[in-house]
Write a protein that binds this ligand. Structure first.
Ligand code: IVH
Length: 668
């Protein structure tokens, strides 16, 4: 094939791929098979490699992700990316409409869904997508061009070659994709994303665009930031006209958007959207009401970071009724028996819910929740939903009162009421209880502990039930051959698991102390103890008084530690782990307490690290991390999409840092 022929074939393939991908993703009505699509895609990639002079950043082959980055570059927005004032009731909404109507002498509004995702700006030059960035603090965001390129609904080339355009949209993860992703993560023992928004944020912030590409994100464009959408000198006069024109140019614009005049009509669509929420393919956390006329917007004006011509109506957390089918008892790592509800599956806030926590027996009896009851469930930001109440009026007499078992459902030993707790905790105190053992191993391998990738609850269960392990230390003697033939495993996953276990040997005393699961000893305490004690031998020899000298360790924790290290089984386990090559000394230097006495609050998504990582750095340097902002807070570290904590910090005059500022403070 010569260059001329290649050029025409490449053009044909690109057009076909773009056209068919649009059919597939937007109308869900593909005209060709996946196989035909894949073949065209492969042929295009091969031709582009063969004729590099014909390559183009706007080619659909660029959607699969490229080389991983070290970090995201900062990006300064030429037009501020503001946010919206929230209203939480119909009264407040009516107030907004009446006030705005009074200024404008009556107005038309657009009522649209508030997509729960991440705001980004997309820049096009000569009709081609050249750059895209996150909102950041509204002025400076991060350049996430490569990740945005992988999103199928970000057009790489517009239908008209306009000189310059900057649009704003919301990147989100469709609910169905979110459920699939979490299912896979659950199977692989990885931590679950709490909701589609977090999943979208985590995916868009991947330095490796191949990972971002695999997450199947999508975008809805909702605003023109800058530039001309017409090439003949015309200008749009309304927001809806702008959206329609952006759709013509190839963008996927906000769905379910209508025009409405007066409070009644506006509220009607807000209600309609609220009711439609469960059926929509995307998560929405509110409705946005905006003045439609662009001239009208100029008249009403702007506040410092929010426009006066728009508000976001926030829906209360979604609640649903369903049937409580049965109650299971889960035995935790420390032997506590926790009741969990099995529910008739119900769609709630973007996911299908069939389990809910019931906390403890007091929770159940105080609310008189019975098996067979209709119950109200709610999801408020957490992965596991909770039961709010049972609907007594829907009882028919067949419901049964639940009682906690007298023996442990796992080992059959009698259970006891926990004296130290609030009296509600019921505990199995048998040291050899298989459920406690399994939970203990899962905890040992978990992220904050030894961080063994791929060793989640299912795999632990698999290893235990096939007699491949009996206790924690056996993990370190596992061989690939022991694992590869087990259900749903294989050579590659067995190799990965053995490598992950091997790598965990070097975590050091900080992680090991937490991983051992001593009662009362969380991640922070384990770290503080390791820094002070330095070796596991010192911990084994320490008295209650010795432990109390460690920052924030009180008598209860100190006693639990001494009791743990006095037990023969603990000592045997530690000796075995040591002989298997685990590092049992502290890894970190005895710290220079540069942040001693300072309290930090973290909020929003930081550019290069998770909040947990930032928190660990602060604690390493002797600082404290708190969950809420008060006058005593020394610094608030704010990232992308920071919310009320940032507002509170500003109100109280607390110094706000970004990630760079924090790193400077840490001397990094
Ligand atoms: S308009 C200047 N419309 O909600 C007004 N925002 O605080 C710009 N969002 O970060 C916002 N759906 O990312 C607008 N239909 C919509 C939206 C929307 C979601 C996000 C946006 C912003 C946040 C508002």
């Amino acid at each position: 094939m010569n260059v001329k022929e290649a050029e025409s074939r490449i053009k044909y393939l690109r057009e076909q791929i773009v056209y068919n991908s649009k059919l597939y993703y937007e109308s869900d009505a593909p005209k060709i098979s996946d196989f035909e699509y894949d073949m065209m895609f492969r042929e295009l990639g091969e031709l582009e490699a063969q004729f590099p002079e014909l390559d183009d950043p706007a080619s659909p082959t660029k959607r699969v992700g490229g080389k991983a980055l070290d970090k995201f570059e900062k990006f300064t927005h030429s037009v501020q990316m503001g946010s919206l004032t929230d209203v939480f009731s119909y009264e407040e909404l009516e107030e907004f409409i009446n006030k705005t109507d009074a200024i404008l002498g009556g107005a038309e509004y657009s009522v649209e869904p508030k997509i729960d995702g991440l705001s980004v700006s997309l820049i096009y030059e000569n009709g081609k997508f050249v750059r895209g960035a996150t909102r950041g603090d509204g002025f400076i965001g991060e350049d996430v061009t490569e990740n945005l390129r992988t999103i199928k609904t970000v057009p790489l080339e517009l239908n008209e070659k306009l000189p310059y355009l900057c649009v704003r949209g919301e990147v989100y993860m469709p609910k169905a994709v979110f459920e699939q992703l979490n299912k896979i993560r659950e199977d692989e023992g990885q931590p679950l994303f709490a909701n589609p928004r977090n999943a979208a944020a985590g995916s868009l912030r991947q330095l490796d665009s191949k990972i971002a590409a695999s997450r199947r994100l999508a975008i809805y464009v909702f605003n023109l930031q800058e530039g001309d959408i017409y090439s003949d000198g015309r200008h749009p006069t309304t927001h809806i006209e702008t959206l329609e024109r952006l759709a013509e140019l190839g963008f996927t614009v906000l769905p379910e958007t209508v025009k409405a005049k007066g409070y009644k009509a506006v509220a009607e669509h807000v209600r309609y959207l609220g009711d439609a929420r469960p059926e929509l393919s995307f998560d929405m956390d509110g409705a946005v009401i905006k003045v439609n006329s662009l001239e009208g917007r100029r008249t009403v004006g702007e506040g410092t970071s929010t426009p006066k011509w728009a508000v976001a109506y926030k829906y209360p957390p979604e609640e649903k009724k369903t049937k409580l089918l049965s109650i299971d008892i889960q035995v935790g790592r420390t032997g506590v028996l926790t009741p969990a509800a099995n529910l008739e599956p119900v769609r709630l806030a973007g996911t299908t819910v069939s389990r809910a926590t019931l906390h403890n027996i007091n929770f159940i009896s105080e609310r008189d929740i019975r098996i067979g009851d209709t119950v109200v469930v709610r999801k408020a930001g957490e992965i596991i939903p909770e039961i709010l109440e049972s609907v007594k009026s829907e009882r028919n007499g067949t419901e049964t009162v639940f009682e906690m078992p007298k023996v442990c459902p796992s080992c059959g030993h009698p259970v006891v009421r926990d004296e130290c707790g609030d009296g509600a905790a019921i505990r199995c105190v048998y040291a050899g209880c298989p459920a406690q053992n399994a939970r203990g191993i899962v905890h040992f391998a978990s992220k904050g502990a030894m961080n063994i990738d791929g060793l989640g609850p299912q795999v632990v269960e698999l290893l235990l039930s096939n007699n491949k392990i009996k206790e924690i230390a056996d993990l370190y003697e596992l061989k690939i051959e022991d694992i590869e033939n087990l259900d749903r495993m294989g050579r590659k996953s067995a190799e990965n698991l053995v490598n992950a276990i091997e790598n965990s040997k070097s975590r050091g005393l900080e992680k090991l102390l937490f991983a051992l699961g001593v009662r009362q000893v969380g991640e922070v305490a384990a770290e503080a103890i390791a820094r002070k004690m330095r070796t596991i031998e010192a911990c084994m020899d320490a008295t209650v008084d010795d432990f109390i000298t460690v920052e924030d360790i009180g008598e209860i924790t100190a006693t639990a530690l001494v009791e743990f290290f006095a037990e023969e089984s603990s000592r045997e386990l530690i000796a075995r782990l040591k002989s298997l090559g685990l590092k049992t000394d502290a890894t970190a230097e005895e710290r220079e307490e540069t942040l001693a006495g300072l309290t930090f609050v973290l909020t929003g998504t930081l550019p290069t690290m998770t909040r947990d990582e930032a928190s660990a750095l602060i604690k390493q340097a002797g600082g404290k991390v708190s969950g809420s902002v008060s006058k005593k807070t020394s610094y608030v570290v704010a990232g992308e999409e920071a919310g009320s904590k940032l507002t509170k910090a500003n109100e109280l005059g607390v110094t706000v840092l970004d990630e760079d500022g924090l790193m400077k403070l840490l001397g990094k």
